[in-house]
Structure formats: C-alpha cells, structure tokens
Design a protein around this ligand. Structure first.
Ligand SMILES: Cc1cc2nc3c(=O)[nH]c(=O)nc-3n(C[C@H](O)[C@H](O)[C@H](O)COP(=O)(O)OP(=O)(O)OC[C@H]3O[C@@H](n4cnc5c(N)ncnc54)[C@H](O)[C@@H]3O)c2cc1C
Length: 422
C-alpha cells in the first residue's frame, strides 16, 4: 500500500466547526484524509460569527502585559470599563487569573511575543492558501489594521506594542491626523490625534461566510458533516479514538479537538490539564444605510472598541468579560458606548441597531493557542485556545495540524503551543 492510499484510509474527526475547525477540516481533506466534521450547531455560528474580522499580522503583544495586576480591581469595580470580572465568577476565575498575571511579567511577555510571531506572520499566507482551495480569495481584503488615539498621552501607552513589533520586524507606521483622514475620511477629525497602522493585515467582512467556505471546500473533497452534540472523546485499545455524541458512538483513527471555549472538558476526559477560560466579547450591529462609512476596521484602544465595516453594516465590537460559559449576556457596557460611536463616526447616527451579540473567546492565560498532540494520546490533536486571534490564526493552525497528521517536519518550534505547558 503506498503512502497516498494509507492517508486516504485515515479517518479523522474534526470536532467543532468554528473558523478553526472549518479551516482544519479543509487542510486535512485537501491532503486526502477522510474527514468527518462534528458540531452541535451551524458551521461558523458560534464565536466565529461575530468577531471584528481582522487578520492581524502584527499581533505579537499578548493580552497580559507588565502592570496588568494593577488593572484587576478595575475589572471588578469600573462600571464603564470594557474588561469585567463578574463578582459571582471570581472564585472560578482565580487560577486562570493568577496565570494571566504571571504571563504579564516582562520576561514572559518577551517569550510570548516571540512565540506569537511565527504564527501571526504566517497568518495571511495561510489564509490565502486555504481561500485558494475554497473559492474564498475575494472574502479576504488586504486593507490593513488601523488603531487611532485621541491624545499623545494615550498614544504613549503603545510604547511596548511598538517595541515588540519593531523587534519582530512587523511592518507598521505611525500616522498623523491628515494620514488618518486620507484613509478613513468619514471619521470625525476631532476623534483622533494620531494612529498606528499595520498595512499587511487583512479583513474579512463576513467571518461566518469564510468559515462556511472553508467547510464547503472540505465537503467538496469528500468530508462529511454530523450535526450532533459531542459528550465524550476517549482512546480505544486498538489505537483508534471514540467520539460519543448524544445519538451515537463513532470510531476514528484520529480526532482534532477544535471546540473553542468548550474544549477543556475534552482535554480533561483525555487526561490533559489545560488552563482555558472564556473572555466574552460583544457586538452591536448597525444596519446599512447609504454608502460605506469605513474601508477597514478602526480600533479605539482608549474605549476598548473596534468599528468594523461588515457586509451588513457597521459592527461595534467591544468587551472582555470573565463570567464563564453559561451566564447570561450583559449588554449595558456596549450599549453605553453608542454616544461615543455616534460622535467618532457621525454617519452611524442614522443607523438602527439590528443585532446585539455575545461570543466566547477561547482564552488561555498566556495568549498562546493550544496546537499539537495530546500529551496522553498520540492520535488526538488540539486546535483551540486562540483567544483574541482565532480568525487570524485559524488557517496557520490548520496547516500545522495537517503537517503533524501527515508526519511532516515542524516549520518552526511548536513547543510554546503544547498542551502540557500548563
Ligand atoms: C467580540 C470579538 C471580537 C473578535 N475579533 C477578532 C478579530 O478581529 N480577529 C481575530 O483573529 N479574532 C477575533 N476574535 C476571536 C475569534 O473570534 C475567536 O478566537 C474564534 O472565533 C474562535 O474560533 P473557534 O473555531 O476556536 O471557536 P468557535 O467559533 O466558538 O467554534 C467552536 C465550535 O465548537 C462547537 N462545539 C462546542 N462544544 C461542542 C460539543 N460538545 N459538541 C459539538 N460541537 C461543539 C460549537 O458549536 C462551535 O461551532 C474576536 C472575538 C470576539 C468575541
């Protein structure tokens, strides 16, 4: 039997059909594997539905940075802050928060940035490769990632971010007010003093459609879909893996776990320890009126919000809430941002709210995803924990997993992403 035949007969389940699972299913199906995608819901309809659409190639700065410990009280007590720790969730969040604070030490930040760099810098190429396999090239626009600041004092807080980007050779520029106006003429000129621009970043104005395109690319290559709720994943004596859903038990040669913020239960079942929580994020979508108001996402770091020109109107994205997987959403903070949104982008005053949404970022405390084999079971692969960067990193994650399954040499050191770092 030749290698191609061996590969074709390898059955692989990808559990979870968010952007990470859909991309991974396509990368595996394109290599001839017999792929089964299992998800309890619709493809791309969970967290991957409502993000800001950025493929941010310069995102080497982790969420926790030096001094993060001083912000923790504001997570609890600042009624207007975008980062929130719900009092009822404090006890459960403590182990994750302790690791998060530790990840903000200067030496750790430097190491994490170095580990993020090979992933984020490969992100656009990896998406273009998968998009080329799935008729989705037109879904990804190279329009860059823009953040604007209202004052010099606010801009000075980006010193670490600029230092890390410079260290890792990220292409970025500092824009004055005139240059911002040239890029985004419909922004209120009083809304900014200067900006940071990463021209090599991409934008997807309909993230769920990209996930569905990747998934359809996998279907065209023979993948099948099972819409069922997975309850248990466990190794079998013959080396295979069983996936038990509410309806049936299925057997596969290998399994990829790509269930985003819901992945910890499966790692625990398999005997792997992981520190994973969810940083819940919100959006308010404003219905389209006349013409486009923006060409690209624009971030306002002082308000912790991004305005993205999505396919169905401007989406206001904000929030970073530690409250677990099951608590009801609380839209008060993002709603309170609307006067600010109307002032910085006056065209939104005429737009009506068509949707309020909350999603669950799958977040590790060190801002690095979990990509790699289970420490306990060699035929189980993890692809979760992408936090704020799941759209950005989905395609490179898919390529790395396909490389591991195919037994190829690692393109760069993958040890920072292994599960047994926790
Ligand atoms: C407000 C906001 C803005 C963001 N902006 C950006 C951005 O601009 N750029 C960027 O790169 N990232 C961004 N992100 C992060 C990004 O959206 C996430 O990291 C990414 O969507 C995670 O994808 P995923 O496939 O891992 O998870 P998900 O999309 O959540 O998919 C997980 C899937 O697993 C399935 N599942 C779970 N449990 C089970 C089970 N037991 N059985 C069967 N199926 C199951 C779910 O149904 C779901 O379909 C943002 C996130 C938020 C919330």
């Amino acid at each position: 039997m030749n290698t191609a035949e061996t590969k074709r007969q390898r059955s692989i389940a990808v559990v979870g059909a968010g952007i990470v699972g859909a991309a991974t299913a396509l990368a595996l199906a394109a290599e001839g594997h017999a792929v089964t995608v299992i998800d309890r819901g619709e493809v791309g309809a969970a967290t991957s539905f409502g993000n800001a659409g950025g493929i941010v190639g310069g995102a080497v700065t982790p969420t926790a940075t030096p001094g993060v410990i001083r912000s923790i009280p504001s997570y609890l007590f600042d009624r207007n802050g975008a980062a929130v720790l719900r009092p009822a969730y404090v006890f459960q969040a403590l182990p994750w928060l302790a690791r998060f604070i530790a990840a903000g030490r200067p030496a750790r930040v430097a190491a994490i940035a170095a580990a993020l760099h090979p992933l984020v810098s490969s992100a656009m190429h990896a998406h273009q490769a998968l998009a080329g396999l799935s008729d989705a090239l037109g879904f990804i626009k190279l329009v860059g990632w823009l953040k604007v600041y209202g004052s010099e004092a606010a801009f000075s807080k980006t010193a670490l971010e600029r230092e890390l980007m410079t260290r890792h050779g990220i292409n970025f520029s500092i824009l004055d007010a005139g240059e911002i106006a040239d890029l985004e003429p419909k922004l209120n000129k009083d809304a900014y003093h200067c900006g940071l621009f990463q021209p090599d970043s991409g934008f997807v104005n309909y993230p769920m459609r990209l996930a569905q395109a990747y998934f359809n690319g996998a279907l065209l290559r023979g993948a099948r879909y099972i819409q069922q709720n997975v309850q248990e994943i466990k190794p079998l004596n013959d080396g295979g893996i069983s996936v038990r859903t509410e309806q049936a038990t299925h057997r596969f040669d290998s399994v990829v776990i790509a269930t985003g913020a819901w992945s910890k239960q499966f790692a625990t079942q398999l005997g792997d320890q992981v520190s994973l929580d969810t940083e819940r994020g919100y959006h308010i979508s404003l219905a389209l009126t006349d013409g486009p108001l923006l060409t690209r996402p624009v971030g306002f770091p002082e308000k912790d919000c991004v305005l993205s020109p999505m396919h169905d109107g401007i989406t206001v994205v904000s929030g970073d809430e530690l409250a677990g997987l099951t608590a009801a959403p609380d839209f008060r903070r993002i709603r309170a941002l609307m006067p600010f949104v109307n002032s910085v982008l006056p065209g939104t005053r005429l737009q009506t709210v068509q949707r309020e949404w909350m999603g669950h970022r799958p977040s590790t405390p060190d801002s690095l995803p979990v990509i790699g084999r289970s420490a306990r079971c060699k035929n189980v692969f993890y692809a979760f924990g992408h936090g704020h960067l799941g759209l950005t990193l989905s395609a490179i994650t898919a390529q790395l997993i396909a490389g591991m399954v195919g037994g190829r040499a690692e393109p760069f050191d993958l040890t920072p992403y292994r599960i047994n770092r926790f």
